[in-house]
Design a protein around this ligand. Structure first.
Ligand SMILES: NC(=O)C1=CN([C@@H]2O[C@H](COP(=O)(O)OP(=O)(O)OC[C@H]3O[C@@H](n4cnc5c(N)ncnc54)[C@H](O)[C@@H]3O)[C@@H](O)[C@H]2O)C=CC1
Ligand SMILES: NCCC[C@@H](N)C(=O)NCCCC[C@H](N)C(=O)O
Length: 259
């Protein structure tokens, strides 16, 4: 898994505000509204214990602090434990946490210890970014392009198929593309024979994965991928509505899914 860096998370509150305003422009709802509609759950001020984890590559600067900002931004009552790991988990429960947020290098989870529900960041991220893309008010067709069919992209593509979109998908990993075609019934996208889209969802760890040939004027590009899938130049040239944020949108999707 490509790990976040402290630099990705600088001023997460400003990044969230900017992303929220694009989501409102694209869908007519704010991020919380999309989550409520997606999961059928309502806003909550539940206590969220954020537990730093030292395993593997260890603590990522700004990660726990960013999760704290994110929980507060979306109206939850978050706190970061003083201790990490097992001691931190114990401290969170002792201090009344109803939901635990913690991540090692492979899994970022939300666990509601009251109702037993648990969420994984990767599918929750794919689903919420796909949902935002699917709600584009100015979409000119039901065609959508999905670039990247991995741990985030595949669940996002599944969400779009379930909502009745005609999903074109691409992944250079032939095994993953074949899985998506056979399991989801998506149409394999041929980069050598491109068409234009008004809705694009991207989930790759590569920059500039979106070719100019697929961009239509004012299209939406909903992408959790880091680094960004499109250059500033192409974004401006086509007035692309870019929904991109490094941590908060995926995290609030996890929290709403375990309420
Ligand atoms: N913003 C957020 O909240 C989150 C962001 N992420 C980011 O999302 C990205 C994807 O994460 P995962 O799905 O876990 O990774 P993954 O490795 O499971 O999947 C990425 C897929 O992208 C494909 N790919 C690479 N270059 C491509 C291209 N040019 N066109 C189409 N597909 C291409 C790869 O073959 C791979 O199958 C990563 O950058 C990760 O850091 C992940 C979780 C949350
Ligand atoms: N963008 C959301 C997905 C994050 C994921 N790509 C990642 O960096 N995971 C590693 C997090 C490690 C956190 C660390 N153990 C800590 O607790 O500070």
């Amino acid at each position: 898994m490509a790990l976040l860096t402290p630099n990705d998370l600088i001023n997460i509150n400003k990044q969230l505000q900017e992303a929220d305003s694009v989501v409102k422009r694209v869908t007519g709802l704010d991020i919380k509204g999309v989550c409520q509609s997606l999961y059928g759950t309502s806003p909550s001020s539940k206590k969220v214990g954020i537990v730093p984890v030292t395993s593997g590559n260890g603590i990522i600067g700004n990660f726990s602090a960013s999760l704290h900002v994110i929980t507060q931004y979306f109206g939850f009552d978050g706190f970061v434990t003083d201790m990490p790991d097992v001691s931190g988990y114990y401290e969170a429960v002792q201090n009344g946490a109803e939901i635990i947020l913690m991540a090692d290098d492979h899994t970022f989870l939300a666990h509601n210890i009251k109702n037993g529900k648990m969420a994984n960041n990767q599918p929750c991220t794919g689903i919420i970014y796909a949902e935002i893309a699917s709600r584009y008010l100015k979409a000119d067709s039901k065609d959508v392009l999905v670039m990247g069919l991995g741990k985030v992209g595949f669940p996002g593509a599944a969400q779009l198929v379930q909502k009745g979109f005609r999903v074109y998908g691409y992944d250079p990993d032939a095994r993953l593309l074949k899985r998506a075609v056979s399991n989801l019934g998506i149409i394999p996208f041929d980069p050598a024979n491109p068409k234009k889209f008004s809705i694009i969802f991207e989930a790759t760890p590569c920059a500039n994965t979106i070719p100019e040939a697929v961009l239509s004027e004012n299209c939406v590009l909903s992408t959790p991928g880091i680094p960004c899938a499109i250059s500033e130049e192409l974004k401006n040239k086509y007035d692309v509505q870019l929904v991109a944020e490094p941590l908060g949108i995926g995290t609030v999707s996890m929290l709403y899914s375990v309420l």
